[in-house]
Ligand binder design. Structure first.
Ligand SMILES: Cc1cc2nc3c(=O)[nH]c(=O)nc-3n(C[C@H](O)[C@H](O)[C@H](O)COP(=O)(O)OP(=O)(O)OC[C@H]3O[C@@H](n4cnc5c(N)ncnc54)[C@H](O)[C@@H]3O)c2cc1C
Length: 103
């Protein structure tokens, strides 16, 4: 079996890229994801993001000991699921200041 494109990671970027590439039906695309399907009951609720952390949808990374933070290790959640980190994010949206882009 062969494909024109192989995308590793069905997160925010991977899903958008796969969607755009398959707009041309002549292209074949394989999208590979390490995690499984998200829980649909939680995935669309902004406030549910914290419940998804440390679940099977989270890689549950942690930083190394941070000297500047009293030697603590800090939780570093990243999505491990179809949809990636967008499944466990807070859906906060901030519109960029047009002046910043112009500059
Ligand atoms: C807790 C949290 C809260 C956030 N809140 C907000 C917010 O409110 N608003 C906002 O705009 N942004 C927010 N973000 C940021 C936003 O969600 C991310 O910037 C964005 O989802 C990153 O997209 P990405 O495609 O780069 O990576 P991801 O969406 O993380 O996708 C990477 C994908 O690749 C997969 N993968 C990794 N390695 C492999 C492998 N070897 N094989 C197969 N698959 C693999 C992962 O499982 C994952 O699904 C938040 C992020 C987190 C973690």
């Amino acid at each position: 079996m062969s494909f024109d494109y192989i995308i590793v990671g069905a997160g925010s970027a991977g899903c958008v890229l796969a969607n755009r590439l398959t707009e041309d039906s002549d292209r074949t695309v394989l999208l590979i994801e390490a995690g499984g399907e998200p829980d649909p009951r939680l995935a669309h609720i902004p406030g549910a993001a914290s419940w998804m952390q440390n679940s099977r949808a989270d890689w549950a990374f942690s930083t190394t000991h941070q000297r500047e933070l009293f030697d603590r290790r800090i939780a570093y959640p990243r999505g491990r699921v179809v949809g990636g980190s967008s499944i466990l994010n807070y859906m906060v949206y901030i519109r960029g200041n047009s002046g910043d882009y112009d500059q």
